[in-house]
Design a protein around this ligand. Structure first.
Ligand code: ADP
Ligand code: MG
Length: 455
C-alpha cells in the first residue's frame, strides 16, 4: 500500500484514479529513500514504474513548504521530446489535487513563448537539455533555489551525446539540491560526473543492462532489405498484436520503410528526429489513440515511452549496443504485461547478437517463417586452412566483415589510408574528473551514431 510512505494526502488521492494500488518494487525502495533527502542512483527494469518513483517523493517535498515565486523548484531532464511530454502528463496526473504547476521546455516549440514560461516561475520543469541550455545561455531560467534535479534515462543523459549540456545545466543549479538519477541501464561501469551526486545511495534492482523478463525474445535470420520487407509482411499476418513498433537504425531507413509499408496498404506512423514537432506529436497521438497500429521509428522512440497495448517490437535493424537493445525491447512488456520482441539478424549482425546474448544473459529463440527462409544460416565454420583474409577485421559491430568467416575480403583504400597517421586526441576526460563511487571507469566505447536524432 502507498500509505506506508506517509506521502501527502493529495498525492495519495491522485493514485486511486490511476489504479495504483500497490507500489512497484522500485517505488517501494526509491520513494522512502528519496524522502530522506538523499541523492539516489536507481536502476530498475523498463516499465517498472520509475517515473512515479521519482515524481511522488519530489511532489511530496514541494508540498512540504509554500514557496511562491521562488523560481523552479524541481527540474527533470529527459533525452527526447516525446518522453518529456509523457513525464509532464504523468506529473500532472499525480499533482492533480495540488496547486503545483508543471511545464515543458523542449526544442521544436516557440522560444519566445518558452521565455514567458520562465517568467511565471513554474515550480516543476521537464526539459530536454539542448533547448534548456539555450535558455540558460540567455539568462531566462532561475535554478538558484532548485530543490530537486532528476535525470530520467540517466545513462543516456550522461553519455557523449548529452553530457556537456547536462553538466552545464547542473552547474547552473543550486548546489544544495537533491539529485536523482534513474534508468533501466545504470550499471557499475556507468561513469557519472561527481559534481552531480553527493554521498548517493544506490538502488540497483535491474542487473547490469537487464532485459525485461516479461518479453519473449526471438530472432529471424534474414538476408537483405528485400527479404526483411517480405518477412515483415508475413510476421504481421502471423503474429497477433495490438500495437507494434519497428526500429530502424537511420532516419532515411525509417522513412523508406514506412513509405513501402504504406505502399503495401498498411497504415503506419513514422517517428524520427528530422520531423517537425507537429508531425512528431501527430504520429504519437495517432498511435496512442489506436488510429495506427504500427510505428516505424529510430532510437528516438527507444527510451522511456509507455504506450498502452504495445506488445510487439521488431528490430528491423539490430540495435547498435546492448543498452539500446534493452530500451527498444522495453517498449513492450511494461507494468507486468507480456510482450514479444523479434530481431532480424543478417550475417553482419550475428556477432553482435551473440554478444547481446552474453551481456544480457538471454537466449534468443530462432523463429522460422515458412517459405521465407534466409540464405544466411548462421556463421560459416572457419576451416583451419592457414589462408588468412587480406584485411584485418575492423573494430565496431557494423563491420561488414563480421560473421563472414574466411570469405575473401575486398581491400579498400579507406582501410589503409590512415595507417601510421596520428589519431585525433581521445575524448577520455582528465583523470580525477569522475566520481569513483561508480567506478573510475573508462569511457565506454559506443558505436558511432551515424544518425544522431535526439533533441
Ligand atoms: P519505467 O520508467 O520504469 O520504464 P513507467 O514509469 O513508464 O516505467 O511506468 C510503466 C507503466 O506502469 C506506466 O503505464 C505506469 O502508469 C504504470 N505504473 C507505474 N506504477 C504503477 C503502480 N504502482 N501500479 C500500477 N501501475 C503502475
Ligand atoms: Mg521511464
Amino acid at each position: 500500500m502507498f500509505d506506508q510512505f506517509q506521502l501527502h494526502d493529495r498525492l495519495l488521492k491522485a493514485l486511486e484514479p490511476l489504479g495504483y494500488c500497490e507500489p512497484t518494487d522500485v517505488q517501494r525502495e526509491a520513494i522512502p529513500a528519496a524522502m530522506t533527502g538523499q541523492d539516489l542512483k536507481v536502476s530498475s527494469e523498463t516499465g517498472s514504474g520509475k517515473t512515479a518513483a521519482f515524481l511522488l517523493p519530489t511532489l511530496h517535498k514541494l508540498l512540504q513548504k509554500d514557496a511562491p515565486k521562488a523560481g523552479t523548484r524541481a527540474l527533470i531532464l529527459t533525452p527526447t521530446r516525446e518522453l518529456c511530454r509523457q513525464v509532464v502528463k504523468h506529473c500532472k496526473q499525480l499533482a492533480a489535487f495540488t496547486h503545483l504547476e508543471v511545464n515543458a521546455i523542449t526544442g521544436g516549440h516557440d522560444f519566445k513563448y518558452q521565455r514567458a514560461i520562465f517568467r511565471k516561475n513554474p515550480e516543476i520543469l521537464v526539459a530536454t537539455p539542448g533547448r534548456l541550455k539555450e535558455h540558460i545561455e540567455r539568462g531566462s531560467p532561475d535554478f538558484n533555489d532548485l530543490e530537486v534535479l532528476i535525470l530520467d534515462e540517466a545513462d543516456r543523459m550522461l553519455d557523449m551525446g548529452f553530457m556537456d549540456e547536462v553538466m552545464e545545466i547542473a552547474a547552473s543549479c543550486n548546489p544544495e539540491r537533491q539529485t536523482l538519477l534513474f534508468s533501466a541501464t545504470l550499471d557499475g561501469q556507468q561513469y557519472v560526473g561527481e559534481s552531480l551526486l553527493r554521498d548517493p545511495q544506490t538502488i540497483a534492482l535491474a542487473k547490469p543492462r537487464q532485459a525485461s523478463g516479461q518479453v519473449k525474445q526471438q530472432i529471424v535470420l534474414s538476408d537483405d532489405e528485400k527479404h526483411k520487407n517480405k518477412l515483415l509482411l508475413k510476421l504481421f499476418e502471423q503474429v497477433e498484436y495490438d500495437k507494434a513498433i519497428i526500429f530502424t537504425n537511420t532516419k532515411a531507413q525509417a522513412n523508406k520503410l514506412a513509405g513501402w509499408l504504406r505502399y503495401m496498404k498498411l497504415e503506419v506512423g513514422v517517428l524520427h528526429g528530422d520531423m517537425d514537432q507537429d508531425a512528431r506529436n501527430n504520429e504519437m497521438n495517432r498511435l496512442r489513440r489506436g488510429r495506427v497500429k504500427m510505428l516505424v521509428a529510430t532510437d528516438v522512440a527507444a527510451r522511456g515511452l509507455d504506450i498502452k497495448g504495445m506488445d510487439l517490437v521488431i528490430n528491423y535493424d539490430l540495435a547498435r549496443s546492448s543498452e539500446d537493445f534493452v530500451h527498444r525491447v522495453g517498449r513492450t512488456g511494461r507494468a507486468g504485461e507480456e510482450g514479444l520482441a523479434i530481431s532480424f539478424i543478417t550475417h553482419r549482425d550475428w556477432d553482435l547478437m551473440v554478444r547481446f546474448e552474453r551481456e544480457l544473459q538471454i537466449r534468443f529463440e530462432k523463429r522460422k517463417v515458412p517459405g521465407l527462409e534466409a540464405k544466411f544460416k548462421g556463421p560459416k565454420k572457419v576451416k583451419a586452412s592457414g589462408k588468412k583474409a587480406g584485411v584485418k577485421k575492423r573494430s565496431g559491430e557494423n563491420s561488414k566483415e563480421a560473421g563472414k568467416g574466411n570469405e575473401k575480403v575486398k581491400k579498400r583504400h579507406r582501410d589503409t589510408k590512415n595507417i601510421g597517421k596520428r589519431r585525433a586526441p581521445s575524448a577520455k576526460p582528465a583523470a580525477g574528473k569522475w566520481g569513483d563511487g561508480f567506478a573510475p571507469a573508462p569511457i565506454k566505447k559506443k558505436p558511432a551514431r551515424l544518425d544522431q536524432d535526439e533533441d
